[in-house]
Design a binder for this molecule. Structure first.
Ligand SMILES: [Fe+2]
Ligand SMILES: [Fe+2]
Length: 152
């Protein structure tokens, strides 16, 4: 394992190993990807992105915020409604505030990750902007890579 991966694992494990976060393994995000794996992928790619481009930022807040950005804890295919895209960031933030001690930067990452769908929730930090952007890329990749039999 390279040094960067070890550093990432160290930062993410404070949330990823929590049993409440493990619950995200039960829910499907896109295609056959669980919400847990989606959040882990967004966190890892956000971390790699800031390292690659030497973006100075709070790496702990970036990784924790990225991992918790979809901490809404339900399966949106069955429980969610057609407004899921608009309100799940609020639900994720409420859950994260209930279960973890998170600072304003982490809160901002979760709250604004659906911009520009949530037009007035503009990312207010470079960490939030990175997560917002990487989430779009990862989500598009998961949706496009879905198995042939579920393609419509
Ligand atoms: Fe989301
Ligand atoms: Fe997401």
């Amino acid at each position: 394992m390279i040094k960067e991966d070890i550093e990432f694992e160290y930062l993410v494990k404070s949330v990823s190993e929590d049993p409440r976060c493990q619950e995200m393994k039960q829910y499907i995000q896109h295609s056959d990807v669980t919400t847990f794996d989606h959040c882990m992928d967004v966190a890892r790619r956000s971390f790699r992105f800031v390292r690659r481009f030497h973006i100075k930022c709070d790496e702990k807040a970036l990784v924790v915020g990225a991992f918790l950005h979809d901490y809404y804890l339900y399966d949106w295919h069955t429980y969610g409604d057609h407004l899921h895209g608009y309100h799940h960031a609020d639900r994720a933030l409420i859950n994260a505030l209930r279960d973890f001690e998170i600072d304003e930067k982490v809160q901002g990452i979760i709250k604004t990750h659906m911009w520009p769908l949530n037009l007035t929730r503009v990312p207010g930090s470079r960490e939030a902007l990175v997560v917002c952007m990487i989430d779009k890329i990862v989500s598009a990749k998961e949706t496009l890579n879905r198995p042939k039999e579920v393609k419509k």
